[in-house]
Design a protein around this ligand. Structure first.
Ligand code: SF4
Ligand code: SF4
Ligand code: SF4
Ligand code: FES
Length: 1003
């Protein structure tokens, strides 16, 4: 257990103080923060080599010795030395320079400089650049290849031990940033190397292919396979020819020195600028909002490089780093399709748009505007979505508009609206990391929001953060937690409310905060009467002692951040569960501060944006009510049309209305409702009844089967725009690739349809759409493309002068009196209960590698290879009771449907609970789930389904692929690189401590 113990990493990260001190660097007085790493202070003044030092996030690693300087007359590593007052630092003495040169010479003994034919020769290789900076001509330590094979066993990247300089940055990233704890260095081996799980091959180890290690590797030892043979002009040559080239380099070096060779490689690297394009984009999978550069060569995606994102810095997960094959997949829709009998035929845009507009127009005329509906995509940009809702309201004349947050996030938004006023995270991911205690309820954060999870894992591992997880499943965060408990599904609001009562009863409530900022305490307190810990223990099926421990932890915590997701929001009391969470945060005073707070984790990349931009039946952009006459007038003036005054239908109501014949046509973008809604059969039946159905997507989804016209939209890499992430962070993405085939950016398609129906829109670029949205939306008032240029971001609300608000509530809550509101609680049992016929509880959710149903990720070869099929997780107890093993086929039947699937026996689920990942090439999970929904928002109660299993005769293979990290991975936790073990080696000496090796540099 390393939680809280200072180590190679944690101690160094922690000791910066706010004090500024003066130090002398090469005779110049410099101001620095006391306790910061000296290398940082030096690098603000001048360049010095620092191969193994990456950033404050990664901390000092101290393996390379290339940053040696003299401090108060003593040779030290500047990355391993903290600034203190009046330090005298000399970087330019011969002694310091010789030490740095010697250290680099040792590195060259581990790394062959074949830059001209290396795919990493892209002007950012730190070994290459340091060789140039030091003007290295000849090396003293000869290059010695290590006696290990290149490891190609991971689908996405490779490790070449012979090129590995043993800097340990990959280990540091894996152990302290990603905290997957796969990597270490075998310092005691005769030939040290990086080890996966202590010595496995990469494929099949615990490596989750997040890519952190590759991103920080300073050379070509770790590389994306997609770069190999592609980045360089000559790197694709056969290995025999390549080896001959390398031999030539070796032969030239003694006579000519590296200078001439480096000139050639520099020229070759420069030439690459012409053909490799680097474009900033934002991840198109989950709501965390990682941003990065995508490297492309024509349409080929060479790699993803995260470095500068405010959210993620060097972090990605497997989907963001490697999940891009789908963009060029042969299944992409590239031309409009029109239904012909039971199939579809290709059509021109002219024909398709003419049909769409004439049919929508005719239906509107015959049945009225409210016979039409629009579904906005939470995968598309804010600008795409803004235009779609504007089209629905201003052109079709209906508020029948919704987006997929109805399936997951609406209850969280409702809980926050009721209590604190805005439907968004109350702080940033950074504020979560700072919190004293993180409570995760109903969220498999490491699977569904992986990069956000890394920040919690890191704070817990290195900085003593406490972690409590309430979840039926023992997922990674649960395994790491200080307390994990498993409330009976659907009862979370009971134990959460009991915690509030405990705080009030025992004097732990933040009375001062409540007095000043919160209304409704008396009524709320009265409603808590039944919610004792004893009642909660009984109702939630959790031992009383566990709840007492949780209560004591919460009472003792400096600050509490609560993270929740679909384990709360997909129940019949989902809005109340979310409300209970926000109540508890108010009682404990965890709003209005820069740690702690409410974090409803948004699922899709732009589901926050889809709500922000008005993709809802009751709100214009910025959560401005359609029923408020003053607001409506503002939009009528802005858009120049009369707007419908009444709330429209949400997508749950749309489905019912289609069944009833009230809804006649729909225009849906980027949403596979058949797979995403709660009851596939019911939704399919509704679509069949529509007179006309337009679907805009990038692939032929299940939902497309019901369409009359299918319009080919574009994925994020093919358009400009913005996304808004879970932390309310608005970020720009830039067009990296041209539209494939005849596909078009979604906003262009909507504009074309609108104009053919009489609108006179003339948007030339998404920036104009954002400017309009900002002018009508106080939360986005100061948002502009200029203010979001490159990696700049803004977190709403954004004032007109561009000031944003990483902490959402600073000096008031957005209610008329500026005060938050406690909301009284009550409880009744979940709708679906177990009985003798349906004796198992079905849970479901995402898994790390696939995004939801897998429309994109199943089209990524490496992900498909590692995780080719779905399975039903069952507990070891259940497997023993029924006499089955992993791979056995079973029929799972609920009160609503049934499907056939293989089982996986696992310790992640318990007793009579089973778990079905959402990814589904084989048929969606919502074949099993019913139509019951959250009472306040109509969000389907996906997580309240009783099932039974029937064992089928066929025994198949284990559904987990041996390459999958869950198959046999065994992580090796360390606090970091453990460089002390290197320093103990008999063949190591610190440069400058023995007679220096003089390596040759040119004058
Ligand atoms: S989990 Fe794998 S890809 Fe991620 S940092 Fe660790 S070794 Fe690298
Ligand atoms: S593989 Fe790891 S230790 Fe080797 S050079 Fe790359 S980052 Fe450094
Ligand atoms: S954590 Fe989410 S946003 Fe970040 S790379 Fe992964 S899928 Fe993309
Ligand atoms: S940068 Fe300081 S030891 Fe490597």
């Amino acid at each position: 257990m390393m939680n809280g113990k200072p180590g190679n990493g944690s101690d160094a990260f922690k000791s910066i103080t706010a004090n500024e001190v003066e130090v002398l660097i090469d005779g110049k007085k410099v101001v620095a923060a006391e306790g910061e790493l000296l290398v940082e202070a030096i690098l603000r003044e001048k360049e010095i080599p620092h191969i193994c030092y990456h950033s404050p996030l990664m901390g000092p690693i101290q393996t390379c010795d290339t940053c040696m300087v003299e401090v108060d007359g003593k040779l030290v590593r500047s990355c391993g030395t903290k600034v203190s007052a009046e330090m005298v630092v000399v970087t330019e003495s011969k002694r310091a320079k010789d030490a740095r040169s010697e250290a680099f010479d040792v590195i060259l003994g581990n790394h062959m400089l074949y830059c001209t034919v290396c795919d990493n020769n892209n002007e950012n290789c730190r070994v290459h650049n340091t060789a140039l900076d030091l003007n290295v001509q000849h090396q003293v330590h000869p290059f010695k290849p290590k006696p290990y094979e290149v490891d190609m066993s991971n689908p996405f990247y490779r490790y070449d031990p012979s090129q590995c300089i043993l800097c340990g940055q990959c280990v540091q990233a894996c152990q302290t940033v990603q905290v997957n704890e796969t990597l270490s260095i075998g310092w005691e081996l005769e030939h040290p190397r990086v080890l996966w799980d202590g010595g496995m091959q990469i494929g099949g180890s615990s490596c989750v292919s997040c890519g952190h290690c590759i991103t920080v590797c300073p050379c070509n030892a770790l590389m994306e396979k997609s770069m190999l043979g592609e980045a360089g002009f000559m790197s694709s040559m056969p290995i025999t020819a390549l080896n001959k080239m390398i031999d030539v380099v070796k032969a030239i070096e003694p006579e000519m020195g590296y200078g001439a060779i480096m000139q050639v490689s520099q020229t070759e690297a420069k030439m690459r600028e012409e053909r490799i394009k680097q474009t900033k984009t934002v991840c198109t999978y989950c709501g965390v909002g990682c941003s990065y550069d995508v490297w492309t060569k024509e349409r080929k995606i060479l790699k993803i490089e995260p470095l500068h994102g405010d959210t993620n810095q060097i972090s990605t997960c497997v989907k963001g780093k490697f999940g891009w094959d789908y963009v060029n997949h042969k299944d992409r829709l590239q031309t409009p399709l029109i239904r012909q009998g039971d199939g579809f035929r290709e059509a021109s845009w002219e024909e398709a748009l003419t049909l769409v507009t004439s049919r929508l127009g005719a239906i509107k005329q015959q049945y009225g505007p409210d016979s039409l509906a629009v579904i906005v995509s939470s995968k598309c940009t804010n600008e795409d979505g803004y235009l779609m809702q504007k089209f629905g309201r201003a052109v079709l004349g209906t508020n029948n508009i919704d987006n997929c947050s109805r399936y997951c996030q609406s209850p969280a938004t409702m809980g926050l609206f009721r209590t604190v006023g805005y439907g968004g995270d109350s702080g940033s991911i950074e504020n979560i990391a700072k919190s004293g205690l993180v409570l995760i309820v109903g969220s498999q954060t490491a699977e569904s929001h992986p990069v956000l999870a890394t920040r919690v894992k890191r704070a817990h591992k290195l900085f003593g953060q406490r972690l409590i997880v309430a979840d039926p499943r023992k997922h990674e965060m649960a395994r790491r937690a200080d307390i994990h408990f498993r409330p009976r599904p659907g009862t979370d609001l009971v134990w959460i409310s009991a915690m509030s009562r405990y705080m009030l009863d025992n004097g732990y409530a933040k009375q001062e905060f409540l007095d000043k900022w919160v209304n409704g305490l008396d009524e709320y307190r009265k409603s808590l009467e039944p919610f004792t810990l004893e009642y909660a223990a009984k109702t939630c099926d959790v031992p009383l002692e566990t709840l007492e421990r949780v209560a004591q932890e919460l009472a003792a915590a400096r600050s509490i951040a609560i993270l929740w997701a679909m384990g709360i929001t997909q129940h019949t009391r989902a809005s109340d569960g979310s409300t209970a969470i926000s109540n508890l945060l108010l009682i404990t005073g965890n709003y209005m501060r820069d740690e702690g707070g409410a974090y409803p984790l948004r699922g899709h990349n732009n589901v926050q944006g889809a709500g922000d931009l008005g993709g809802a039946p009751d709100y214009y952009p910025g959560y401005q009510r359609v029923t408020d006459p003053g607001i409506r007038k503002k939009f009528e003036d802005g858009w120049g049309v009369a707007l419908p005054p009444a709330r429209g239908m949400d997508n749950h109501e749309m489905v019912d209305a289609a069944h009833e014949g009230k809804l006649r046509a729909m225009y849906l973008a980027g949403e596979d409702m058949i797979q995403a809604d709660s009851n596939a059969n019911h939704v399919g039946g509704a679509f069949e009844k529509l007179d006309f159905f337009v679907v805009q997507d990038i692939f032929f989804s299940e939902t497309c089967r019901y369409a009359d016209v299918i319009l080919p939209g574009c994925p994020a890499l093919e358009k400009d725009g913005t996304f808004s992430s879970t932390e309310r962070r608005i970020q720009r993405l830039y067009k990296a690739l041209p539209e494939l085939g005849d596909s078009r950016a979604d906003w262009r398609i909507t504009q074309d349809i609108a104009n053919r129906m009489g609108a006179k829109w003339n948007y030339q670029h998404p920036s104009e759409i954002m400017a309009e949205m900002a002018s009508l939306t106080p939360l986005y008032a100061g948002v502009s493309y200029e203010r979001l240029e490159g990696y700049k971001t803004l977190q709403w609300p954004v004032a007109e002068d561009g000031t944003d608000q990483p902490v959402l509530y600073l000096d008031r809550f957005p209610f008329p009196d500026g005060k938050a509101r406690l909301y009284p609680m009550s409880f009744h049992e979940p709708e679906e209960a177990l009985d003798s016929d349906f004796d198992l509880f079905l849970n479901n959710g995402r898994i790390l590698e696939h995004f939801h149903e897998g429309n994109m990720t199943y089209r990524v070869a490496g992900i498909k290879e590692e995780t080719p099929e779905r399975y039903l997780e069952i507990s070891e107890d259940l497997a023993t009771e029924r006499g089955i093993e992993s791979g056995r086929w079973v029929r799972v039947t609920s009160r609503h449907g049934s499907l056939v699937i293989k089982v996986l026996v696992t310790s992640h689920v318990f007793g009579k609970q089973v778990y079905l990942p959402l990814l589904s090439q084989e048929g969606p999970v919502n074949i099993l789930t019913g139509s019951h929904a959250d009472e306040a928002t109509n969000t389907p109660a996906f997580k309240e389904t009783a099932v039974r299993i029937k064992i089928l005769p066929e025994q198949g293979t284990n559904p987990l692929h041996p390459l999958n990290p869950r198959f046999s991975g065994k992580p090796t936790p360390q606090t970091g690189v453990e460089v002390e073990r290197k320093w103990k080696r008999s063949d190591y000496h610190m440069p400058g401590t023995e007679s220096l090796v003089q390596i040759h540099t040119s004058k």
